[in-house]
Design a protein around this ligand. Structure first.
Ligand code: AP5
Ligand code: MG
Length: 191
């Protein structure tokens, strides 16, 4: 198994690159943002709870996303490996993920962290907001709140994996294909 975390601030390209990476390496894509939006579309109680946080650009409570990831891991016992996108996003989530993976005896191989300037993030998300229908892309204030959550609560997750020498910074600016090549070089050197 090969488990990888694609890390980075909102708009850094995690979703875009995940699609390409899962197709090249046959990994199971686990995006907590996508899972939560799916719950919102189905109007489940979990979705209703999550929506109130997501609309403001705040993180959803840890226990909600941890239990969602636990179920997703159980439902994909045959996966060749997992690509975690947008998870873990707090140190509590990182510790919980380690425990879940310990049970499966399959650790995180590497955290690839996309490095993108704040101006570029804002530009990308405002452009997407014109067409995406994502409530958290529609105004600059909410986008800035998401970036603030990243600085306040999520950046420490990289420190957590740095202790285990698992973090690799990757330049996340330039063309989608060039960034994909940079990510593949890092993965290929570790498989
Ligand atoms: P989530 O869905 O994870 O969103 P995010 O991390 O805020 O960021 P995005 O998904 O918008 O960006 P991305 O890095 O995937 O970039 P993308 O490829 O889309 O989370 C949403 C919310 O859910 C959170 O705010 C929180 O409330 C909740 N949540 C989710 N996970 C949680 C967790 N673990 N704990 C608690 N709460 C959680 O690209 C962005 C745009 O840029 C696209 O339009 C794309 O086409 C464009 N683009 C991509 N690459 C390039 C490039 N190289 N050049 C130019 N444009 C590009
Ligand atoms: Mg995404």
């Amino acid at each position: 198994m090969f488990n990888l975390i694609l890390f980075g601030p909102p708009g850094s390209g995690k979703g875009t690159q995940s699609e390409k990476l899962i197709s090249r390496y046959g990994l199971k894509h686990l995006s907590t943002g996508d899972l939560l939006r799916h719950e919102i579309t189905r109007n489940t109680p979990l979705g209703q709870e999550a929506k109130s946080f997501m609309d403001k650009g705040s993180l959803v409570p840890d226990e909600v996303v941890i239990s969602m990831i636990g179920s997703a891991l159980d439902e994909n016992q045959d996966a060749k490996g997992f690509l975690f996108d947008g998870f873990p996003r707090t140190s509590t989530q990182a510790e919980a993920l380690d425990k879940l993976l310990e049970l499966k005896k399959t650790p995180i191989a590497v955290m690839l962290a996309l490095d993108v300037s704040e101006d570029e993030l804002l530009k990308r998300l405002l452009i997407r907001g014109e067409t995406s229908g994502r409530s958290d892309d529609t105004n600059e204030q909410v986008i800035r709140a998401r970036i603030k959550e990243y600085h306040d609560k999520t950046l420490v997750v990289a420190d957590y994996y740095r202790k285990f020498r698992k973090v690799v910074m990757v330049n996340g600016e330039g063309s989608v294909d060039n960034i994909f090549q940079r990510l593949c070089i890092e993965i290929d050197s570790r498989r």
